[in-house]
Ligand binder design. Sequence first.
Ligand SMILES: Cc1ncc(COP(=O)(O)O)c(C=O)c1O
Length: 487
Amino acid sequence: MERDLLADAPLLASWQSYSSRAVTPFTIPGHKGAASLLWPVLASVLAGDVPLYGGLDSVKLAAGVLADAEARAASLWGADWCRFSTGGSTHANQALALAIGRPGDEVLVSRSAHRSTLLGLVLAGLTPVWLPTEVDDRLGVPVGVTEAALRSALDAHPAGRAVFLVEPSYLGAVSDLPALVALAHNAGLPILVDQAWGAHFGFHPAFPAHALAQGADALVTSAHKTLPAYSQASLVLARTARLDAHRLERAFEAANTTSPAGSILASTDGARALLAARGHELLGSLVPIVAEARTRLRAVAGVQVPGPEDFPPGRFDPAKLVVVLAGSGASGIDVEQDLLSLGVPVEMADQDMVVPIVTLADTEQTVARLVDVLTAAIGRRSGAPRYLGAAAQWGTSAMAAMTPRDAFFADHVTVDAAAAVGRICAEVVAPYPPGVPVLVPGEVVTAEAVRSLRAALAAGTRVAYAADSTLRTLQVVARELPLESAP
Ligand SMILES: Cc1ncc(COP(=O)(O)O)c(C=O)c1O
């Protein structure tokens, strides 16, 4: 089994063979696999670090193992172009933005896009036409971009060059992708999907099909999020009928490191080989484990846990666990503290939600322990039920007064947050996780955005990327809006 898997994982096999060979390298990295002479603990953190150039392959890439591994991934996802990134889906999303149109061109973008897509628009000089995300008020989770929203944006912006979506959202729901793909393609536009949280999609019928299988033209996914791969491991996959493969290649290389960590690449390759060989079996085992966790958590007073049955078929990730706490009165931030003290960290916790990430590396036992400690913590922290409002980042809408790129490079001033209302924002401000910006460069700051961000901060959420992390002040564009255009 082990040998069969390695035979389908050229980069992982190279990593194994390099690691077991005696070499005296005169190449980078400078630790040369010999740092134990310098500092043993430093050597332990460097153990396993093998470069691509001069490690997994020769400096001249004579063996072509990276190209081989990328071709195998392309074939698994039904793509005709694939690159492995060691810069996360952040680099991958920015590569896609750089692959589209020219500076000044309009693109239709989900307003729930991750900040990496937004910064991709800044880099590429693309002008976003925001597509609002529909939110399920009962569960407080975004359900996606509707056909009506895309149709009206396409009608209003016939010069649009591409559609950028995030599927699934951070909280597990997927838009009706085939319908959106049909609309975009009818209008002659490629549809590019940030599927960072869906690397496991499409390998078992209980899961949504992956974006390429649903007709999208490109897909970005973080292997490190839901697959057993190194942090920063990500893939970009494309079908190039509506995209220019040479341009994609240039765009990918624009911000690609010239010294990729071979260990990250080998882990992407290994995770892909594992998914190909055992994905169906492993995902099939995961579904009942998460379903059981959902059933147990739903039995806790006031707790809601959205699941696939709350959405149309194929529109929710059955491995996603979103624990909505508003009705229990417990604060997710307090619950997280209790979990941390027990050595059970979770990916996201804010006032109303806790989002533990469950993956193929979990077992019945690990998930049962999570549910035990979560149930006890919610019981300890419960109180008067709260009204569940959608978190600040979902359902944001604001008037754009400048493009993100113009605002990013404009002269800016720092003003009191209250005085920022009605001014053009110069910075990205996003509760993290999930890193979906509430304030976007170029948009007019609204009182509601400031209020909701400050409320999130006061409740204990980390609000990232703002120059002033206390949010007492904000950075706005120095030029003020003419009075008649202020909201
Ligand atoms: C939707 C989405 N896209 C992209 C990213 C960036 O991924 P990475 O951490 O692999 O750079 C994230 C990170 O959380 C994300 O949630």
